[in-house]
Design a protein around this ligand. Structure first.
Ligand code: GDP
Length: 296
């Protein structure tokens, strides 16, 4: 719990009340607890390091106020810094481009890409009154295209008719063409995933990007990704160039440290949060809420 870190820091620092400013040693002792909390929340090690360095800079020498306990003061510095790093402003899917606006979904297999495609399509349909077309580019997993078609039936969103034997790039081109003819405002391309990052996957993503000119490229990642989150986000961002992140399974027990890890290494905003299996289980990203959850 949030109080938990506060309590831990209180035990270390509160004896300092009324004693001038926080020394390097006081802050180091506090930061050991902060570091532990972040690692428990699955924030990647390198991000924990850069984060605690930033907090150290702000906290050392900070005056210990009479009105607030030193433990609380450090928790506030940590919390504010976390919100800042997570991105203080919330940003959602950007549709500010000529129609049809292409959104490309990328990520590993099982991350929740197809489910999130359906959720975003439904949201844009209901909230923004957009006409959306979804297309599955996953030709590797035979059931993938059918899974998206069923989500289309369930949500009432159009899906691109399945033609067997087409390559992912050809399906993408056909989807954009169909959207133009069908008067769709948005096309969402649900790409194939792999169980891990490999060269053919990255080449395929780059090729689809080149041919379909997406306005948004959203990396979908499981909130429980843990230490791998950095590698995942960095790879997809370097090779494909993502524009935002979607974190799924935030309804689970995970504390969501991956949000901080991925945001920190890519600088790209977390745009949406998946919080369940239902098509309506999609939330906006609130940095303060995630910061509370990460600090636990
Ligand atoms: P893909 O391989 O990346 O396309 O993953 P899927 O969309 O097929 O999702 C894999 C599984 O995760 C499915 O059983 C989904 O229902 C489930 N799933 C996706 N997003 C969420 C989420 O936000 N919360 C929960 N609890 N389950 C999710």
């Amino acid at each position: 719990m949030f109080e938990n870190l506060q309590e831990r820091l209180g035990a270390i620092l509160n004896g300092l009340t009324g004693r001038g400013s926080l020394s390097e040693a006081d802050v180091s002792a506090a930061l050991r607890e902060v570091r532990r909390a972040l690692l428990e929340a699955d924030v990647a090690l390198e991000v924990v390091r850069s984060f605690t360095d930033r907090v150290r800079e702000k906290a050392v020498g900070a005056e210990v106020l009479k009105s607030i306990k030193p433990g609380q003061m450090v928790v506030k510095i940590v919390h504010d810094e976390l919100v800042e790093m997570l991105g203080a402003e919330s940003s959602s899917v950007d549709l500010n481009a000529a129609a049809p606006v292409v959104i490309m979904m990328v990520g590993l297999q099982g991350s929740g890409k197809t489910t999130t495609t359906g959720k975003i399509a439904l949201r844009l349909t209901n909230r923004e009154r957009k006409k959306v077309l979804m297309a599955s580019l996953d030709t590797r997993r035979p059931a993938a295209q059918e899974q998206l078609r069923q989500l289309g039936v369930q949500t009432g969103v159009d899906t691109l008719p399945i033609i067997a034997g087409q390559s992912p790039v050809d399906i993408a081109a056909r989807a954009v063409q169909a959207a133009k003819l069908g008067g769709h405002d948005v096309v969402i391309l649900d790409t194939a995933g792999r169980t891990h990052i490999d060269e053919p996957l990255m080449l395929e993503m780059a090729e689809i990007k080149r041919k379909s000119n997406p306005h948004e490229i959203l990396l979908v990642a499981d909130a429980l990704t843990g230490q791998d989150a950095v590698n995942l986000a960095r790879n997809f961002d370097d090779r494909v160039g993502i524009t935002g992140l979607v974190l799924t399974r935030m309804d689970g027990d995970g504390r969501g440290g991956a949000a901080l890890s991925m945001r920190a290494v890519t600088g790209k905003p977390v745009k949406l949060i998946g919080a369940g299996e239902k098509m309506t289980d999609l939330d906006e990203f609130h940095p303060r809420r995630i910061a509370d959850r990460i600090l636990g």
